[in-house]
Write a protein that binds this ligand. Structure first.
Ligand code: UD1
Ligand code: MG
Length: 434
């Protein structure tokens, strides 16, 4: 595809009041990334001139998109005087002769799905799909095979509401068409908004051709409510997991697994049912067992879970992480933590075994501190390591020890548990049984 042929304008200025949220609609996330991120990502594959139109919460939207993309333009809509999708297109300047206009609430769109708009030379191409439930969408009025106009749901007559052919919200216009018709748009409708969709009837009235392009809901679904958001997420989840399975990742009951956009798998991996893997996690030649959660972490040549939780910035390599183990911002290489532990702000080196119930006490209520554990260390069950602390190579910590001092040197045993006493017949006396 020639990226230098088409400009893309993404409409993202609306309030999105049907989301019932203080957050701008286009910042709601689908599979871990904002809706607008997904649309820009698809757009960048086919265009080198992308403009995002903003108004509502413009600073927040700009800031979050700048974190991902440095090469997109922003335009600000005068949404007080010119509300609506037509108002959003006022005073937009683009570089190329052909302009693709996308609604900012279609996170499922892909560059492949947009290719149909690039292939035709028609002055106006509009996307349509047929829906069982067309609720909320603009209805497309077609007479004798010709598109006549788009009627918004709120303006439709009872008969028009029956129409199931709807406007999907993507259009390709020639620059001349936009320059001619956008200034002529009016707001004489139920919402008192300037509808971009009115260009269709205006152009038709002057005898211009409108080419309808049949698209599918799987790529062009608009997200207007939390229900739509959940439906879109399910579609994208299936896409993400299908692609990973095709590239060789084994998944058990994939419908119960959640994997965000940004996660990477390498080599041979198995993900069991109920797992959640998010952020920029990288899983390499590893086995993630049932119901484990991995956030923004690296797991290499390791097995994790069942029911383990790797919180952000964990790096697990050649390591066994067992059930009910929580790891945060820690690096474990060649180690074992089999059961019921919390390992936070720590490094754990090769050959070391973390016993059941061991806890790194990394927080004193004000600050966080580091725990450094060397090679071939044996930390007995139910021990607490009060950070900051360094446990050198070849150290033993007895079960039930609270390790408080700064450094345990190589070869030492740390033991703090009280000496065991045995009191004869105590049980019988206590319960008066004898
Ligand atoms: C719009 C279409 C409708 C189509 C549907 C497809 C219009 C008038 N209607 O309806 O025909 O079936 O999309 O999903 O275009 N926006 C702005 N500025 C505004 C208002 C909206 O930039 O003043 C942006 C929104 O942020 C959103 C997009 O335009 O990303 C669409 O707006 P929305 O309110 O969702 O339009 P729909 O009612 O869904
Ligand atoms: Mg919409």
């Amino acid at each position: 595809m020639n990226k230098n042929k088409i400009s893309i304008v993404i409409l993202a200025a609306g309030k999105g009041s049907r989301m019932k949220s203080a957050k701008a609609k286009v910042l709601h996330k689908v599979c871990g990334k904002e809706m607008l991120y997904h649309i820009i990502k698809a757009s960048r594959k086919i265009s080198d001139d992308i403009t995002v139109v903003l108004a509502h919460q413009k600073e927040a939207v700009m800031e979050s998109m700048r974190a991902y993309f440095s090469d997109i333009n922003f335009a600000i809509q005068d949404d007080v005087n010119f509300p609506g999708t037509g108002g959003a297109m006022k005073n937009i300047s683009v570089r190329h002769e052909k302009v693709l206009v996308l609604n900012g609430d279609m996170p499922l769109v892909t560059s492949e799905a947009l290719s149909g708009f690039l292939e035709s030379d028609s002055e106006i191409i509009m996307s349509i799909f047929k829906l069982q439930n067309p609720n909320g969408y603009g209805r497309v009025i077609i007479k004798n095979g010709d598109v006549k106009k788009i009627v918004e749901h709120k303006d439709a007559s009872i008969a028009e509401l029956e129409i199931t052919t709807v406007n999907a919200g993507v259009y390709a216009f020639s620059k001349d068409i936009l320059e001619k018709y956008v200034p002529q748009l009016k707001n004489d409708n139920a919402q008192k908004e300037y509808y971009l969709t009115d260009i269709i009837s205006m152009a038709r009235a002057e005898g211009l051709n409108v080419s309808p392009l049949l698209v599918d809901e799987e790529h062009f679904k608009g997200v207007n409510s939390k229900k739509d958001l959940a439906d879109a997420e399910e579609i994208m989840q299936n896409r993400i997991k299908r692609a990973f399975m095709e590239s060789g990742v084994s998944m058990q009951l994939p419908s119960t697994i959640y994997i965000e956009e940004g996660v990477v798998f390498e080599g041979e991996c198995i993900v069991e049912n109920g797992c959640r893997i998010t952020g920029n996690s990288r899983i390499i030649n590893s086995h993630i067992k049932a119901h484990s959660v991995i956030e923004d972490s690296i797991v290499k040549n390791s097995d994790v879970g069942p029911l383990a939780h790797l919180r952000p910035a964990s790096h697990i390599e050649d390591t066994h992480i067992g059930n009910f183990v929580e790891v945060k911002k820690s690096t474990l290489k060649g180690a074992k933590a089999g059961h019921l532990s919390y390992i936070g702000d720590a490094t754990v080196d090769k050959g070391t075994n973390i016993g059941a119930g061991v806890i790194t006490c990394n927080y004193d209520g004000i600050n966080k501190y580091k725990t450094t554990i060397g090679k071939n260390v044996f930390i007995g069950s139910d021990s607490q390591l009060i950070a900051p602390i360094t446990v050198q190579d070849n150290v033993m910590v007895a079960a039930g020890t609270t390790v408080r001092s700064g450094t345990i040197n190589s070869g030492e045993l740390a033991v703090s548990s009280a000496k065991q006493r045995v009191i004869k017949d105590f049980y019988y006396k206590f319960f008066s049984k004898k």
